[in-house]
Design a protein around this ligand. Structure first.
Ligand SMILES: [Zn+2]
Ligand SMILES: [Zn+2]
Length: 215
């Protein structure tokens, strides 16, 4: 799919208080936007092209819907219907970003996965709140991608975020716990902390067994 994306200075009047939309990739001040959906902004052609390649061309139409649907609609029923549609589109962006990230990890393209996962985390927070157990698998995928890039400090941070949710949520499914411990084990192995890794993998085995053979 060829997108109509051209060099566009973002009009400061388009956003309140003269603020600028940040680049979706790096958070820097943007100088470009996707002209098709007009909802996603970039600091540079490099970041625009990269985002189009790894994710945006698959979700541009969904962003366009989200952008267009922010308008006043008379009638509570119609507003509820529109809000339901918005949730469906956000869920589709989340699912697409997550499954593309899975593919990137499988193909050993951790940089692409990191970019796809940052979008997945953004929409997971919007849809489920900041402390939902459903965000744990996305943080776990981030751990894998960051470890593969040798960014151990950031991987540890992602694992801590997942762990914080895990410890504060009583009702976490065993499969999600198993996924967490698998990635904790992977991180510990790469940090050469073999004793901790053994504990992680033991926990992984315990929770995957519990998931498939509930008592
Ligand atoms: Zn950027
Ligand atoms: Zn777009």
């Amino acid at each position: 799919m060829i997108e109509d994306v051209t060099h566009t200075d973002v009009n400061p009047l388009a956003s309140p208080k003269g603020t600028h939309k940040p680049c979706i990739r790096c958070g820097e001040r943007s100088r470009f936007m996707c002209k098709k959906c007009r909802a996603v902004f970039y600091c540079s052609k490099a970041h625009r092209d990269e985002d189009l390649r790894v994710l945006h061309s698959d979700v541009c139409d969904l962003y366009a819907f989200l952008k267009d649907s922010i308008r006043f609609v008379p009638g509570q029923d119609e507003r509820d219907r529109l809000e339901k549609q918005r949730v469906i589109k956000k869920t589709e962006i989340l699912k697409t970003a997550k499954s593309l990230a899975q593919k990137s990890l499988f193909q050993n393209h951790p940089d692409d996965a990191i970019n796809q996962l940052s979008v997945a985390i953004h929409f997971a927070h919007e849809l489920y709140g900041n402390n939902s157990v459903l965000i744990i698998p996305i943080h776990a995928m981030c751990v894998e991608a960051l470890v593969k890039r040798g960014r151990m400090d950031q991987a540890t941070q992602q694992l801590s975020k997942a762990e914080w949710i895990l410890l504060n949520e009583d009702d976490c499914p065993d499969l999600i716990k198993a996924d967490f411990y698998k990635n904790e084990g992977f991180l510990n192995m790469c940090k050469k902390e073999y004793k901790s890794a053994l504990t992680s993998y033991a926990n992984e085995t315990f929770f995957s067994t519990a998931a498939f053979h509930p008592v």
